[in-house]
Design a protein around this ligand. Structure first.
Ligand code: GLU
Length: 308
């Protein structure tokens, strides 16, 4: 067993025993049905070695982690023009907060809070039918993960669509400032569906490899995005990837990362590894409680914090 495999296995074993698991998200009814005892961890190092433990092959709803991939796509389409419709500062507010939008005239703080991600989705949608835009997002995910079995969980998307009152409010509010170009229901339809992509830790760690490898897909050697862009996406993940818990995540884990209310976290150790962890119980900021703890233990053990 390698040092990495041993670390991953021991952390997963330790997490299995914990009882302080946080609360499973319930505002999307379909997510409330997930087993709170699940825990998965997968790490892919720079040589392509995979270490996985626990429920690393069980698909879960990636939710806001999809926003890393929509940001990547939108930057590919619009380049720096994207930053006219969304900022890149930490928000210090909840993921679905509406107050900041009023102060900032409909321009969301960053691409990872809900409002910002909806604005990013709207940019990807422009010039396309919702089905085409969604197909593009899913295909991109499959391509970077090198796995064409990745799919959308329509039940989760429908569940969120039925209860997404806050997102409807955020989108309409932005539309009133001219920040969204497409009909609000089209943009939200694409947004809910990309949040409802289901992936396992192993698939997610595969998908994150290009961010840990200066923009390259190690399977093909192809440049997915320029190294400079990968660096910048990692910077936004570090500052904004955990809602108003981003400072805490940087302090404890010391890596760029993005969480989702499904309990997943994708973390990037630049030049070293792509890491995905999943435990559905969340802390009050909406971040996986054991996911953060597992990453804290892993980075400490392997010396992977970007702050050395
Ligand atoms: N689809 C979820 C929402 O819009 C994503 C939330 C999240 O994972 O932060 O509420």
């Amino acid at each position: 067993m390698s040092i990495l495999e041993r670390a991953v296995q021991e952390i997963a074993d330790e997490m299995r025993k914990r009882t302080d698991r946080g609360q499973v998200a319930s505002y999307i009814p379909e997510l409330a049905r997930v087993d709170p005892n699940a825990f998965g961890l997968a790490v892919i190092d720079a040589e392509g070695n995979v270490a996985a433990a626990g429920d690393a092959d069980t698909p879960f709803s990636i939710q806001s982690i999809s926003k890393v991939f929509t940001l990547t796509l939108a930057l590919g389409k619009a380049g720096d023009r994207l930053w006219k419709r969304v900022g890149r500062e930490p928000s210090g507010s909840a993921f679905n907060s509406i107050v900041q939008l009023e102060h900032e005239k409909g321009i969301p703080r960053n691409p990872f809070i809900n409002a910002g991600a909806i604005a990013v989705t709207d940019l990807i949608l422009s010039g396309h039918q919702p089905r085409e835009a969604l197909g593009e997002i899913l295909r991109f995910m499959q391509f970077v993960a090198d796995d064409y079995s990745i799919a959308i969980d329509d039940k989760v998307a429908a569940s969120e669509e039925r209860t997404g009152y806050r997102n409807v409010a955020l989108a309409n509010y932005m539309k009133s400032f001219g920040v969204l170009d497409n009909p609000v229901n089209f943009t939200l339809g694409v947004y809910y569906h990309h949040c409802a992509i289901s992936m396992s830790c192993r698939q997610l760690a595969m998908a994150g490899r290009f961010l840990s490898r200066a923009g390259r897909n190690p399977t093909t050697g192809h440049v997915v995005i320029p190294a400079e862009r990968a660096r910048r996406i990692n910077a936004v993940m570090l500052m904004c990837g955990h809602y108003d818990g981003s400072g805490e995540f940087a302090y404890r884990v010391g890596l760029p990362g993005k969480s989702g209310v499904g309990g997943g976290i994708l973390a990037v150790a630049p030049g070293k590894a792509s890491i995905a962890v999943w435990s559905p119980g969340l802390d009050p900021a909406g971040n996986s409680r054991l996911g953060q703890l597992a990453l804290e233990m892993l980075t400490k053990r392997l010396g992977w914090s970007i702050f050395a």
